[in-house]
Design a protein around this ligand. Structure first.
Ligand SMILES: Nc1ncnc2c1ncn2[C@@H]1O[C@H](COP(=O)(O)OS(=O)(=O)O)[C@@H](OP(=O)(O)O)[C@H]1O
Length: 318
């Protein structure tokens, strides 16, 4: 590994002495990467050969990755699979759309990805600045999904607490919040992650689609059509007559995916319970978890960070 690939330093995201199952993060070029998957992230950066037809789903963790995987897989493969015999009925979205660095470049080993039929569908959490250069050079499609910072934080905090074993105390919200606010979160700083893709989407809108969880929630059918158009496979008049868009919306809804046996049981290749990817799936749950001070601090920071960018969030419950 060249010296430029050595993480600057690492912290343990969590308060180990209080029993939080530790999530080690390494700071690399200003971003906090998961230490455990750092070799995979670096190998992927160095060796991944992107093709123009690739579709990369990129998200900040806990912004709806599971949902985006299900929606995009279903849209892209809609002529191949009907709803009675669909891979999502028996396979987790995380298995269907692998994370390039976690799942494929495991421990830094370089996999052979040349036999995967085109368009290849992969997922990543890496910030734009740390993408493999071949992803930029190939000009492949990037679909970026983010979520308002307050719900993202709450979802992340509760998810990481779930990884704590029964006899360990969960990390208090104040302690996790302080780290998130300082930018120390998986693939954070959160705001810089957003801005990298936001700018890319403004510069290359035909190749970088920027989506927000809240907006998909508000009008899933509109965003499914937007997704299909972006992917170069718009819904035909016949598909519209058959109400395929609404069928995909229902098929990939939170309630529908959560109720499937595969998502109620079993674990990912990394030992994470499939059910932990389905908690509440709503906008505005932050109201139930954050104090007034936290809300004010996060809103203020978000305003400062995103000022002048044109990027905003509708983050309250209707
Ligand atoms: N189908 C569907 N529709 C709407 N919302 C959904 C769906 N599937 C998962 N979720 C909610 O997304 C949150 C998990 O985020 P991610 O999937 O990005 O997690 S991960 O980064 O892959 O670990 C998590 O949000 P919270 O409920 O707020 O914690 C999930 O409940």
């Amino acid at each position: 590994m060249s010296t430029s690939c050595v993480p600057e330093h690492s912290v343990t995201l969590s308060i180990v002495e209080k029993g939080w199952k530790s999530i080690e993060l390494s700071q690399y070029q200003g971003f906090w990467l998961l230490h455990k998957y750092f070799p995979g992230s670096m190998a992927c950066r160095e060796h991944f050969e992107s093709s123009k037809d690739d579709v990369m789903l990129i998200t900040t963790p806990k912004s709806g990755t599971t949902w985006l995987k299900a929606l995009t897989f279903t849209v892209l493969n809609r002529t191949r699979h009907d709803f009675n015999n669909h891979p999502l009925l028996t396979t987790s979205p995380h298995e269907l759309v692998p994370l390039l660095d976690y799942d494929l470049y495991v421990d830094g080993k370089v996999p052979d990805l040349t036999n995967i039929p085109s368009p290849r569908l992969f997922c990543l959490h890496l910030p734009y600045e740390l993408l493999p250069t071949s992803i930029i050079e190939s000009n492949c499609r990037i679909i970026y999904l983010c979520r308002n910072p307050k719900d993202t934080f709450v979802s992340l905090w509760l998810f990481l607490n779930k990884l704590v074993s029964e006899d360990e105390a969960p990390v208090p919200v104040e302690e996790a919040f302080e780290l998130f606010h300082r930018g120390i979160s998986p693939y954070g700083p959160f705001w810089e992650h957003l801005l990298g893709y936001w700018k890319a989407s403004l510069e290359r809108p035909e190749r970088v689609l920027f989506m927000k969880y809240e907006e998909i929630k508000e009008d899933p059918a509109f965003h499914l059509r937007r997704l299909a158009d972006f992917l170069g496979c718009p819904f035909s008049d016949e598909e519209e007559r058959e109400e395929l868009v609404e069928k995909i919306e229902r098929f990939c809804s939170f309630e529908s995916l959560k109720s499937l046996k595969v998502n109620k049981s079993g674990t990912t290749a990394h030992g994470i319970q499939n059910k932990s990817f389905f908690r509440r799936g709503v906008v505005g749950d932050w109201e139930n978890h954050l104090t007034k001070e936290m809300i004010e601090a996060l809103d203020k920071l978000t305003q400062q960070k995103l000022e002048g960018s044109g990027l905003t969030f509708k983050d309250a419950k209707k």
